[in-house]
Each structure stands twice: as C-alpha cells, then as structure tokens.
Design a protein around this ligand. Structure first.
Ligand SMILES: NC(=O)c1ccc[n+]([C@@H]2O[C@H](COP(=O)([O-])OP(=O)(O)OC[C@H]3O[C@@H](n4cnc5c(N)ncnc54)[C@H](OP(=O)(O)O)[C@@H]3O)[C@@H](O)[C@H]2O)c1
Length: 257
C-alpha cells in the first residue's frame, strides 16, 4: 500500500527456489534491491538473473542459515553494497515427514536448526543496525502448520510454532523501536517442497499468487498474515477443538504420505 520498493533494500533467505525465488522476482518487478541467499550458488544465480530481467537489482551470496557467521557476512555485504537493510525476509526452510512412530533425532535436528535457529541467525545479523537506524522490518515465513501439531509433521509443526512465537516476542520487545515485525502463515503452495506429495493438498496455491499476497502483507505491515482464508479459518477453528476431537480428526487426515 503505497510502498516505493525502489527505495527498499531487502535481504531474502531461501532465494534459490520456490516461494523465495517468486518473492525475489515480484520484488524485482517493483524495483527493489535484494540480497539473495541460500546454499546452492547455481540456483541463486538463476534467481539473480530473473530479478534483473524483472527490473530489480540483486546479488547472490551463497550461505547456510545454520551458520551465524555466514549470515553476518551476508548482511555485511548487503550493507556494503547498498548502505542499509530495510527488510529481512527469513524464508529459508525445510520440511520432512516425521512420523511419531519413527522419530529420528537427526532429521528433527535438521528441521529445527534450519527453520528455527536459521531464522534466529538472520534476525541477529540485521537487528543491531535496524535498532541503530530506528527503522526496519523483520518478516518470517512460518506456516499454518504452526497452529497445531499436525500428523507426521512433529518436527515441522514444532519448528514453525517456534518461529511464530519467536516473532511474537520480537514484536512485543521491538514495540516503539521503529522496527515492524510480520509473521506469515501460508497454507499449501506449489513449490519443490510440496512437489512430491502424493496426497491431494487442499486449497493449493500457485507460487506467484502466494508471493504477491505475502508482499501485500509486508506493505501493510501486518503483524500476522495467514492464507488462504479457507485453510487459515479451518486451522484457527481446530485450535479451539478439544484435544480428544482434534486427535481423532487429525489422525485420519494426514497430508503426508
Ligand atoms: N510450500 C509450502 O506449501 C509452504 C507452506 C507453508 C510454509 N512454507 C515455508 O516457506 C518457506 C519456503 O518454502 P518453499 O516451499 O519455497 O520450499 P523450497 O522450494 O524447498 O525452498 C526452500 C528454500 O530454503 C533454502 N534453504 C533450505 N535450507 C537452507 C539452509 N540450511 N541455508 C540456507 N538456505 C536454505 C533452500 O535453498 P538451498 O537448498 O539452495 O539452500 C531454498 O531456497 C519455508 O520456510 C517453508 O517452510 C512453505
């Protein structure tokens, strides 16, 4: 809403694929300058080319969100190039099936370290300068899976619940600091993350549509934004279901194979 993206510098994680790449391209169309990061250098370069073709400016800096020093270096490079970071979009994430009957500690640890500690590392890399400049915007891509423990999704649901509550705490702590805090809860989006699911995913959205909705939520500085409304309404309702009813419903409706 009235945001002049050509004045904005964005640091975007998970920019080599899916929602991250679509966000980068849509922000590029709006003229933003974007520091792109993810681990795969070749895919990041493809995103960089797409952003430039779309009319934006971008540079790719491969890094692993699990490494705090990596994230500090990425943030430094963006500030060296463009003098500031206005918006962090902490989007990098992974998803895996973790059936409670076959819980594997190493798999859960990967999900938690990328989805939770990765977000913490990104925030820690940009926050001191945002506090000093008394402005900025922290955005995290959580999930509707944050609302309740979904079947076969223990690690993923736990990681996204952690991101959502982390951002809620940040929002409270950063009140009056000049820094906005937004947490996005998408439903199912067609990306490489959901590509191999055999189960039909309800209200599946195309990735460009999702990116535009996320950008609109950032523009209006929403505290939280959950979409699509049909699935967001359902998970909000499920949050208030008694546990015994939730358990029966959820155990019969996994969207994981
Ligand atoms: N698709 C959905 O239905 C859906 C729904 C709700 C929420 N989300 C969330 O949206 C975000 C993006 O997901 P997506 O669907 O776009 O998935 P995706 O296509 O698999 O993209 C995931 C991105 O995260 C990056 N990434 C993963 N591990 C990383 C690490 N250790 N360090 C740096 N980057 C890392 C990947 O890049 P590299 O592999 O190159 O590192 C990739 O760019 C995730 O946080 C996901 O949980 C997705």
């Amino acid at each position: 809403m009235g945001v002049d993206w050509s004045t904005k510098v964005v640091l975007l994680t998970g920019a080599s694929s899916g929602i991250g790449r679509a966000l980068a391209v849509e922000l590029g169309k709006r003229g933003a300058r974007i520091g792109l990061t993810a681990r795969r250098a070749d895919e990041l370069l493809k995103t960089e080319e797409e952003v430039v073709r779309a009319g934006g400016q971008a540079f790719a800096h491969p890094a692993d969100v699990r490494n705090p020093d990596d994230m500090t270096r990425v943030a430094e490079r963006v500030r060296e190039k463009w003098g500031k970071i206005d918006i962090l979009i902490a989007n990098a994430g992974m998803s895996t099936t973790t059936a409670g009957t076959h819980l594997k500690a190493a798999e859960a640890s990967d999900v938690i370290s990328i989805n939770v500690l990765g977000v913490v590392n990104c925030v820690a890399a940009v926050l001191p300068d945002m506090l000093a400049q008394k402005s900025g915007h922290l955005v995290a891509i959580s999930s509707l899976a944050a609302y309740r423990g979904l079947p076969k999704s223990g690690a993923y649901s736990a990681s996204k619940a952690a991101v959502s509550t982390l951002f809620e705490s940040l929002r409270v702590d950063l009140r009056k600091s000049g820094i906005d805090v937004t947490v996005i809860h998408p439903g199912f989006i067609r990306t490489p993350m959901t590509a191999n699911r055999k189960k039909k995913l309800p209200f599946l959205l195309e990735v460009d549509d999702a990116a535009c909705r996320i950008i609109r939520a950032i523009e209006r500085r929403a505290r939280t934004y959950a979409f699509p409304w049909q699935l967001a309404g359902l998970v909000r309702l499920l949050k208030h279901f008694p546990n015994a009813i939730y358990d029966r419903l959820a155990s019969n409706s996994s969207f994981r194979d």
